[in-house]
Write a protein that binds this ligand. Structure first.
Ligand code: SF4
Length: 366
């Protein structure tokens, strides 16, 4: 089995290099390439060719490899399907936005949470990702942005400099089922890549002990709660986790977090429709009554509601609702004093909804 060089510490990497009879300084050169996200050894132009060949035979750079890379038609979104050392596949998305370069990171291979609108959970949970596997997703995106252009500056989280500036832990998996590794990953991203806490977002379906742990951790990151319904009865139908942690319990823990960190709480709300027997789309979770219930839940708190038009998933029994219905729902929330925005659909043409690419690839190879 090949050695994953990114998983070695400096002493181990030096030993690996000197065991081949190569001078010590080569370890430092290799480390610099690894820290920039080099996908393989062929790009390490300051190493001799025979050394690069030997490294390719015996080692890998990162603990993941790109299986597929898809570019949206507007070139603003790149989606990666990545394969881990044990063959599990995960997704990672790079979004070039007006506010910076944002990477959506997966925290687990698969997901056990069973949300009814989501593709990521259809194959169940395989395992938690390690700190290095999450960090390597960011490095893969960083390489996409900067490539092998040598940088005379350390990564400084500055999009103007071509760096990754934002991280959202919102890809496949429930981060707060893997809290220790997620925290380890974010500490490292903040320290090594200089990504400010305020530009980091962790999204959860509502694992209350995990939210409490984030509050104790005490970093001023953004917390996003996947809410998707304003009452327990409806939420339990589409998010099984609601049978374990009820809406009020989840929101109370989240409000405590945002008060303690003095951060605005993000509320994620996917707008779902369902087809009736005539094939007409009926609004499922975004009627005017639902809007009023949502206002009652959130009024008086520092929140931003992100309305997310549903990205269709073939295997899921939902439908998109009309733009009119989306705006009507938003208007009621705004009139009720709730900050609300409609999240622009990014990369719909490359299946950027969580889990779609991984699911499709599994089917293709079956
Ligand atoms: S929405 Fe998130 S928590 Fe729910 S099943 Fe999908 S990945 Fe898991």
């Amino acid at each position: 089995m090949k050695t994953i060089l990114f998983n070695l510490n400096d002493i181990e990497l030096e030993k690996f290099v000197t065991d081949f009879g190569w001078p010590r300084f080569r370890a430092k050169q290799i480390r610099e390439w690894l820290n920039r996200g080099a996908p393989d050894f062929s790009v390490m132009k300051n190493l001799p060719v025979d050394m690069r060949d030997k490294l390719s035979e015996t080692a890998e750079t990162l603990p993941l490899k790109i299986v597929k890379k898809l570019e949206s038609s507007d070139n603003q979104t790149t989606k990666f399907l990545l394969e881990l050392v044990d063959g599990e596949q995960i997704e990672c998305v790079l979004m070039r936005t007006t506010y910076g370069n944002s990477v959506c990171v997966s925290s687990q291979a698969g997901c056990a949470m069973g949300c009814k609108f989501c593709a990521s959970t259809l194959l169940g949970l395989k395992r938690n990702l390690t700190v290095n596997e999450m960090f390597s997703q960011v490095l893969t995106a960083a390489w996409e942005l900067r490539g092998d252009r040598l940088s005379d500056t350390k990564p400084n989280g500055d999009a103007n400099n071509g760096d990754v500036s934002h991280i959202v832990v919102m890809g496949t998996g429930e981060p707060l089922q893997n809290t220790e590794n997620v925290i380890g990953f974010l500490e490292r991203a903040n320290h090594d890549l200089n990504i400010s806490w305020r530009r980091i977002t962790v999204s959860t379906c509502g694992i209350v002990p995990g939210i409490i742990e984030l509050t104790k951790w005490g970093r001023p990151i953004n917390l996003a709660i996947s809410l998707h319904a304003p009452i327990d009865e409806l939420r339990s139908k589409i998010m099984p986790i609601n049978n374990r942690y009820k809406l009020n319990e989840v929101l109370n823990a989240a409000f405590e977090f945002s008060d303690a960190q003095n951060r605005q709480l993000m509320i994620e709300y996917i707008l779902l429709g369902k087809r009736d027997e005539n094939g007409d789309v009926m609004i499922y979770n975004a009627t005017p009554e639902h809007a009023q219930q949502l206002i009652d839940l959130l009024r008086g708190h520092n929140v931003m509601v992100n309305l997310i038009p549903w990205n269709s998933v073939d295997e899921r029994d939902f439908a998109s609702i009309s733009g009119n219905a989306v705006h009507k729902f938003q208007d009621i929330l705004i009139k009720g004093g709730i900050h609300t925005r409609i999240r622009r659909e990014r990369g719909a043409d490359i299946g950027s909804a969580c889990g779609q690419l991984r699911l499709k690839n599994k089917k293709d190879v079956k």
